[in-house]
Design a protein around this ligand. Structure first.
Ligand SMILES: [Zn+2]
Ligand SMILES: [Zn+2]
Length: 175
């Protein structure tokens, strides 16, 4: 979704990115294990300025991702606010190098600045995803030997681990 910045009114304009293909296509492209369970939507206000534009928005929806320990389906509800300033790219012809390294989401099209709002919302989506999602806080993960999901009880090769609280009690008794 490309927004021509110079066509925005000075007070800014509001955009709603709720076309699910906007999210589903990159999820598929990147081969991400992520299923949309509640439609994803970004409601974004873009306010132009002389140096670029302010992008302020809110991302909502829900996805299902694999648990970081046992790989079972883990629902993740998203409600992320974001705000960032996108600077105009350095003027063409000022000799390539010397930029800050931060890639601007504003590109020049026919000498006019255009904001790649879809790319910004995708980045915010990735930031909103938990780094290590867990199906439950005390997920026991899988047995390293046979791969059994230890949340469903022990497995044949590894006897169920003793409850650490009981172990602590046993230590107390020994002393
Ligand atoms: Zn788990
Ligand atoms: Zn096992």
């Amino acid at each position: 979704m490309l927004i021509p910045i110079n066509e925005l009114p000075p007070e800014g304009a509001r955009f709603c990115l709720d076309d699910q293909s906007l999210w589903m296509l990159p999820i598929a492209d990147f081969g991400m294990a992520c299923t949309i369970s509640k439609p994803l939507a970004a409601s974004v206000t873009v306010i132009p300025s002389e140096e670029g534009c302010l992008v302020r928005g809110r991302l909502t929806g829900a996805v299902v991702v694999p648990c970081n320990r046992c790989a079972e389906d883990t629902p993740v509800s998203l409600a992320a606010d974001f705000e960032e300033f996108e600077s105009l790219p350095p003027a063409a012809g000022q000799g390539g190098g010397g930029d800050s390294g931060e890639e601007s989401r504003i590109v020049m099209r026919d000498d006019l600045p255009v904001l790649d709002l879809g790319a910004i919302c995708w980045e915010e989506f990735l930031l909103a995803l938990p780094f290590a999602p867990l199906c439950r806080v005390d997920c026991k993960g899988v047995c390293p030997t046979c791969g059994a999901n230890l949340n469903n009880g022990g497995c044949a090769c590894s006897p169920a681990e003793p409850d650490p609280r009981l172990a602590a009690l046993r230590n107390l008794k020994i002393r």
